[in-house]
Design a protein around this ligand. Structure first.
Ligand code: NAD
Ligand code: 0WE
Length: 259
């Protein structure tokens, strides 16, 4: 008996087996959910389909979230084989690499618009297109980061995008709440994924994190997956518009204890 028996989930943002989206997919599936995937075209055949097949999943559709047409096409394909969607997972973000280093004040108009479009607006677009398939008890979930709330060196325009994402979660929760649809974010501590590799200073921050976080450990995609099960299931039936920190308590610390 699983917490998600008889539910289905559509997960956006698997790039490889280190992706947070993949950790969430496995956790939802372990609780009985049927999972389908959408990722950018270039990753589908080499990366995503083999992973999907490894857990017996056949729904794998391309979608660049900057395209309204591609977003519509994914949900149209889903509707061909499903009457409804119980769980929608948004686990993707993008900013230009040059906007993730140096001064935030140097962010270009184009770089700002790109980061906000891919990383924040896409949640609104996915929620709107999914809406006809969502029903009472459905759950929408996205991924955020502490840089939304406090300044994190080099996170720059992504911090602004995550602030917009968390605010979008609240506005969507109010719009969809009367229909029994919940919308929440998980703000995860740093995890070594493709999106984190090659980030200036990520390694140093990753090391320091486990020394400062109350639980003294780094965060894994499995940790995020378990909290995703809670937010996707009826265990959280009265929770919406929230940002749940899955960060070992890092965000509650003001002045860290010297060990
Ligand atoms: P990842 O690289 O595995 O996943 C990022 C995904 O975004 C990739 O699958 C990529 O293809 C997708 N993406 C980028 N542009 C896209 C577009 N235009 N259309 C569709 N998909 C697009 O990295 P991850 O760390 O698993 O990131 C997943 C989410 O978790 C992101 O929202 C990220 O901001 C968030 N997050 C990551 C960390 C961390 O430390 N890794 C911490 C907190 C939150
Ligand atoms: O949200 C993220 C990373 C998102 C991301 C990563 C990249 C790398 C490659 C968005 N766009 C790009 N564009 C690229 O070209 N995280 C929470 C991980 C992360 O990124 C940081 C961090 C942390 C943590 C950037 C600076 C400082 C800390």
């Amino acid at each position: 008996m699983g917490l998600l028996d008889g539910r289905n989930a559509l997960i956006f943002g698997v790039a490889n087996d280190h992706s947070i989206a993949w950790g969430i997919a496995r956790a939802l599936q372990a609780e009985g959910a049927e999972v389908g995937f959408s990722s950018v075209e270039s990753l589908i055949e080499r990366r995503v389909r083999p992973l999907a097949e490894s857990i017996g999943s056949t729904f794998v559709e391309p979608c660049d979230v900057q395209s309204d047409e591609q977003i519509r096409a994914v949900f149209a394909r889903w509707a061909e084989t499903h009457d409804s969607l119980d769980i929608l997972v948004h686990a993707l973000a993008f900013a230009r690499r040059e906007d993730l280093e140096g001064g935030f004040v140097e962010t270009s108009r184009e770089g700002f618009a790109l980061a906000l479009d891919v990383s924040a607006y896409s949640l609104v677009a996915l929620a709107r297109e999914a809406r006809p398939l969502l029903r009472r008890g459905s759950s929408i979930l996205t991924l955020s980061y502490y840089g939304a709330e406090k300044v994190v060196a080099n996170y720059n325009v992504m911090g602004v995008a995550k602030a917009a994402l968390e605010a979008s979660v609240r506005y969507l929760a109010v719009d969809l709440g009367p229909d029994g649809i919940r919308v929440n974010a998980i703000s995860a501590g740093p995890i070594r994924t493709l999106a984190a590799s090659g980030i200036a200073g990520f390694k140093r921050m990753y090391g320091g994190f486990a020394e400062v976080a109350p639980l003294r450990a780094n965060i894994t995609p499995e940790d995020v997956g378990r909290s995703a099960v809670y937010l996707a299931s009826d265990l959280s039936n009265a929770v919406t518009g929230e940002t749940l920190y899955v960060d070992g308590g890092f965000n509650i610390v003001g002045v860290p204890t010297a060990d």
